[in-house]
Design a protein around this ligand. Structure first.
Ligand code: FAD
Length: 386
């Protein structure tokens, strides 16, 4: 009798319906395309439109801006289903969970009306570009500049590792509006990329995992952006805007990692129950039983912690160190669990046709992006050492 996961205190009939829709979509319309999308290193653009039609984009954005009128739980349900189906080929987290919320929090009313409905329908695809070849963790040292010229900024610089960048029509770009200042020189500019002179996408980067997801370089060469597109309307606020959004972004990473962890355990249990070694199912061996028990324990704890963080976020009480704990610990556990689960698959676990092999390669980046896990520990230690 399989262990049934404890019921989620926060689920309700409306969220169940959303979960069903998301599950069907990711399993039947996305997962079968994985190989094709992986070989071209990006999804077909139409899938964004389809996700929009089904209400799976901007689910946590108010209806007055074209969104689903939900909240974080709606985004969490979609994220869980996407990760459970191993569909990490297009980042709804970045589009809906990050960019849309920056716009909701800091854009003007007119900008919200212009951008959010188009993002909710999937006509506009969004990305966020902070990282540069010379500055990832240390964002104060970004070198992309935005220099005021009349009612425009002139943007010059290079961004790298940008998720959704291949299709993106709207990119929030971290720039220096004061090149001499550190954090106080950072601002966020919304760049609409369609037919934009001086804007160029680089190559689709070749990754060890998440191979169907487009990750690109972006180049800005004297790109003119209206001054109005400065988020928050005041220069130098970018760093604090980034900091304010971090807990929900990091929690979304943890939510996805916890969902993948349970998928790894479920797949492995099914495998070891049917695989015979020395005339017996692998599951009869004590090592297999103990390892799976450990993996299920980790998954259960991860899920409980995620649910606790979700409850805190809903109450407006999720602080930066707690979100950092969820991000580092759950992404680290995911890598350990997936490694153990791959081992139980033997040689088959090393074959790409087995989902566990993809989980192994896909999971690794969770310890790097969204703030490297070492940085998460620094954040936690700093809060302890006050
Ligand atoms: C697949 C993928 C998708 C991404 N998507 C995006 C995106 O959409 N937008 C975007 O802007 N960026 C994106 N990134 C970039 C990502 O956020 C950065 O890679 C990450 O912030 C680390 O920066 P870096 O690669 O420059 O590493 P570095 O800053 O050079 O750090 C290297 C390593 O040093 C260690 N380290 C760093 N700082 C500390 C410290 N204070 N204490 C101890 N150790 C430390 C960590 O182990 C870290 O991994 C993506 C990256 C990948 C791989």
């Amino acid at each position: 009798m399989p262990i049934t996961a404890p019921p989620r205190a926060w689920m309700d009939p409306e969220l169940e319906l959303l979960r069903d829709t998301a599950r069907r979509f990711f399993e039947t319309e996305c997962a079968p395309n994985h190989e094709a999308w992986a070989s071209q290193k990006h999804v077909d653009r139409r899938i964004w439109k389809r996700a929009g039609d089904l209400g799976l984009l901007c689910a946590g954005i108010p209806e007055q801006y074209g969104g689903g009128g939900g909240h974080f739980l709606h985004e969490a349900v979609i994220c869980e289903e996407q990760q459970r189906a191993l569909v990490n080929s297009f980042s709804i987290n970045v589009h809906s969970g990050i960019v849309a919320h920056y716009l909701l929090a800091y854009a003007s009313e007119a900008q919200k009306q212009r951008w959010l409905p188009a993002m909710a329908s999937g006509e506009m695809i969004a990305a966020i570009a902070m990282t540069e070849p010379g500055a990832g963790t240390d964002l104060q040292r970004i070198r992309t500049t935005a220099v005021r010229d009349g009612d425009h900024y002139v943007v010059n610089g290079t961004k790298t590792f940008i998720t959704n960048g291949f299709h993106a029509d709207l990119v929030i770009v971290a720039v220096k509006t004061d090149a001499q200042a550190q954090a106080k020189g950072v601002s966020l500019l919304v760049v609409e990329t369609r037919d934009l002179p001086g804007f160029r996408r680089g190559r689709l980067l070749d990754k060890i995992g998440q191979r169907a997801q487009d990750t690109v370089e972006l180049f800005f060469d004297d790109v003119r952006v209206p001054v109005d597109n400065l988020l928050g309307g005041e220069e130098g606020r970018g760093f604090s805007q980034l900091m304010q959004q971090l807990p929900r972004e990091r929690l979304l990473i943890a939510v996805g990692a916890a969902a993948t962890m349970q998928r790894a355990v479920d797949d492995t249990l099914a495998y070891v129950q049917q695989r015979k070694v020395f005339g017996e199912p692998l599951m009869a061996m004590q090592n297999t039983r103990f390892k799976l028990a450990e993996c299920q324990t980790a998954s259960t704890i991860a899920r409980s912690f995620v649910d606790d963080c979700i409850a805190r976020l809903q109450r407006g009480e999720l602080d930066v160190p707690t979100a950092a704990m969820a991000k580092w610990w759950i992404t680290q556990q995911l890598c350990q669990v997936v490694d153990d689960c791959l081992q139980m698959h033997g040689g088959y676990g090393y074959m790409n046709e087995y989902p566990i092999a993809r989980m192994y390669a896909d999971a690794r980046v969770g310890r790097i992006y969204g703030g490297a896990n070492e940085v998460m520990k620094e954040v936690i230690a700093r809060a302890m050492d006050r």
